[in-house]
Design a protein around this ligand. Structure first.
Ligand code: GDP
Ligand code: MN
Length: 380
């Protein structure tokens, strides 16, 4: 679960990491009041998407009146589809250099790793794409944890004066303790600013907590689900495994293995999945209906691919669920079905009666779904 910037900074501050003075405001009046206390301020939209600076979500105000006007503007806007409901109003900091410092989990290495770069202010994904050699890695031995040589290494990579060593050590040590205490997958400061007067301040902060460890933090567990799309939340409620992706083919399968194989096959043939939903074993027609409704109402899904290998899951139940969903939803998105196994004949009969056809070969179904998605995208 991603934490908002202001939540991440509250944690950072408690662990001794310097952050700008500031407060959260949810109305222009509040923003004006905070600006009255702090002087020149930065108003920052509290949304969970990145790159707010470029999207106009980080603005500077010289006076309380200007803070009021900017707050009114930001609080009635959306940033990359996410409504702005709160602002973080902070004292403006004079920036000398923008640095990048994060601690994240490298699953392949089974270790936390500090990512360190002189080129802060750029999103890490873009940095990794364009200047991979500019990101320095320091791996943390899980038995030993943070030790001070890491700060010396960071100091060198960041080209900072030796006088800042205690400060860098304090920040990196605190990041490690946050990662442990919160089961964080990411603790990121981008930028970590070297101010005009030579101090280090975390200007932006982002903490992502491992969902599986939320039970250890009841205060965070209560927030679970707030960063999910309506579709993710609905799928969780229904007990399906569901993942959002960014393509245009909706995918329903039964079982994790078949689901992954279907995803691979779509990519192999040049298609792009919009999402996938795993029905699990033995889904009733009611559950299939709910799953199909969710997919058919998803705005990015142009075509729905249903790939079922009937074992304890019965093909006739699946077919009934699909037919009911199309009746209820009333939108006519194309559906490509591949089914095989238990009660396959009855499943096919139900689909045929409703004017739908089922493939038995997976490759054929996948290729057909991709073809339909392409036709729709070039038509509209
Ligand atoms: P992001 O774009 O969502 O990552 O938002 P950030 O909090 O990182 O802010 C984006 C950019 O705004 C930073 O890289 C800085 O260049 C600038 N910025 C943020 N806070 C301040 C500030 O206090 N003073 C100045 N001069 N610039 C700031
Ligand atoms: Mn940032």
């Amino acid at each position: 679960m991603k934490l908002y910037e202001y939540e991440s900074k509250e944690i950072a501050l408690r662990y001794g990491i310097p952050v700008p003075r500031g407060r959260v405001a949810s109305s222009p009046d509040e923003a004006q009041q905070v600006a009255g206390e702090l002087g020149a301020v930065v108003l920052k939209a509290q949304v969970l998407v990145g790159g707010r600076g470029l999207a106009g979500g980080v603005r500077i105000a010289e006076s309380p009146e200007e803070a009021y006007a900017i707050a009114r503007d930001l609080l009635s806007s959306s940033i990359r589809g996410e409504r702005v409901e709160r602002l973080l109003v902070e004292e403006r900091v004079c920036i000398g250099r923008e640095l990048y410092l994060s601690l994240t989990l490298d699953r392949a290495a089974r270790r936390l790793v500090y990512l360190i770069s002189e080129m802060g202010g750029v999103e890490i994904e873009e940095l990794a794409r364009r200047y991979p050699e500019k990101i320095h890695r320091v791996y943390v031995d899980p038995v030993v944890g943070y030790t001070d040589y890491m700060a010396r290494e960071a100091l060198r990579v960041l080209n900072l004066p030796w006088s800042l060593l205690p400060e860098v050590a304090k920040i990196m040590g605190a990041m490690f303790r946050i990662a442990m205490d919160y089961d964080a997958e990411l603790v990121e400061f981008n930028p970590l600013a070297l101010t005009c007067d030579g101090r280090l301040v975390a200007l932006d902060a982002k903490v992502i907590v491992d969902d599986n460890a939320l039970f250890r933090r009841p205060e965070l567990q209560r927030l679970y689900g707030r960063d999910m799309s309506d579709y993710e939340r609905r799928a969780r409620e229904l007990g399906f495994s569901y993942v959002e992706l960014d393509g245009d083919i909706g995918v329903i399968c039964n079982g994790a293995g078949l689901t992954m194989a279907t995803m691979d096959s779509i990519l192999y043939f040049g298609g792009r999945p919009a999402n996938f939903l795993d029905l699990g074993g033995g889904a009733s027609s009611e559950r299939v209906r709910e799953a199909a409704k969710l997919m058919l109402t998803h705005p990015r899904v142009r075509v729905l691919l249903v790939n079922i290998f009937g074992g304890i899951t019965r093909c006739d139940e699946v077919a009934r669920g699909i037919v009911e969903a199309t009746k209820e939803v009333g939108v006519s998105k194309p559906i490509v079905v591949r089914m095989l196994g238990t009660n396959e004949e009855e499943g096919r009969r139900i689909l045929t009666e409703y004017g739908m056809q089922a493939f038995s070969e997976m490759d054929e179904a996948v290729r057909r779904a991709i073809e339909i998605a392409r036709q729709i995208s070039s038509a509209g």
